[in-house]
Design a binder for this molecule. Sequence first.
Ligand code: NDP
Length: 483
Amino acid sequence: MSENKKNFTTNFGRKVDDDQNSVTVGPRGPVLLQDVHLIEKLAHFNRERIPERIVHAKGAGAGGYFEVTKDVTKYTKANFLSEVGLRTEVFVRFSTVGGEKGSADAERDPRGFAVKFYTKEGNYDLVGNNTPVFFIRDPIKFPDFIHTQKRNPETNLKDADMFWDFLSLTPESLHQVTILFSDRGTPKSFRYMNGYGSHTFKWYNEHGDYYWVKYHFKTDLGAQNLTRQEAEHMKGVDPDHATRDLHDAIARGEYPSWTLQVQIMPPEDAEKYRFDIFDVTKVWPHGDYPPVEVGRMVLNRNPDNYFAEVEQAAFSPGNFVPGIAASPDKMLQGRLFAYYDAHRYRLGPNYHLLPVNRPKGVEAKNYQRDGYMRFDANGGKTPNYYPNSFGGPAPDIQTSEPAFEAQGKAARQPYTYPNDDFVQPGDLFRKVMTDQDRENLVGNIVSHLRNAKKEIQIRQTKLFYKADPEYGRRVANGLGLDL
Ligand code: NDP
């Protein structure tokens, strides 16, 4: 270790003479205000916490790489997908959603699955979950939905009435509720779960042809879950079990990996498809659009410092690269605003300069200047306005997304496409689940829904019944309801 590294200094570099005794008048005190080392230490300690994420507060992260294994250049011109064998550095954050930063990893909850690709064309963030769908399909409902997963404003307790009241009044949630209350709602750990982009995204190629795509990261360990009983036990025995499992597996050299697949839909199919392809409460059945392999993601690096890399990691669904773009999905459109906004609030307007967030494959250059914690050179002497005649950075029209049609009357309006909220949860219950899955699903629902008021139990059970009569009947039996 160099001589310099051994020095213990104040934040401004003065050597600290003693860190065990405050400066006092006599051995019993009082303490003198002139002990600036003591005051710096206490004041910084008071400021250690930054605002907790309102959702996805509890998380774990790791670094690694993504490697292209199949040629997809026919569909996208994204440079990081341009060649089989090409590797791109990634940083990934997994999380639960509703609980506080100290909540248990084994809670029944969707898991966040956020991937940052540090590409040569800037950062591409794929900010998904371990479920292919979501509870709601309009962002205007999001704050209300999340309030129902948090604590009751009067009692400060989690509240089954709030939880099921909202869901039973929101039938579009049924697909996600069915997945959440299957054992996939309590994954064995982060290594054993799939990740999904959930929304429909747009890919476009060199010629400007475009396709709609859905992303699926399939865990190479196979999806494995905890039963309700195992999850309840785990919450008490080790509230951090998934964080620990990810860290320890990587430390042992057992690097978790996922195979990335995409479903690809030509645009002419979208208008006539039997579901609205932009409705995030729906999947595209694999039989219609078989997933095709794209690459493999490997996590092989534990962060050196949790706060620096994981707590300050800021993912935004709007971070696209040329060749990948948004779709009209209303939930996605809401998220394109909300994530940047959350980071500016939590981390400040210059959060993009933090090492985990700044692009690595390219230098960010523009005319934004100043603001809190502008800790890089702030553009130095270069011009701070555009256009200019002093050689400042210039836009490149070649990187535009191809123009697209958008039309219709502006109004507050629901999706008009036939949006059957019950077909896909019914398919999951009938066709995909095994007998054991169905038994666990019903048991998981009954053990939670029984804590809600009877009228709410009845309203929610009617939704299960609409998805599949057997599904509704079994929940009703478990709750002792006579429907
Ligand atoms: P498939 O039989 O082709 O695919 C079913 C999918 O369901 C598989 O990807 C499987 O994942 C996944 N799965 C298995 N058990 C569960 C569970 N408890 N919760 C959630 N997903 C589970 O059928 P379809 O494509 O026709 O879809 C049928 C239903 O499967 C859908 O309505 C949807 O509920 C669910 N599903 C569909 C997905 C899709 O993108 N098409 C993705 C995930 C779920 P695995 O391969 O890991 O076992």
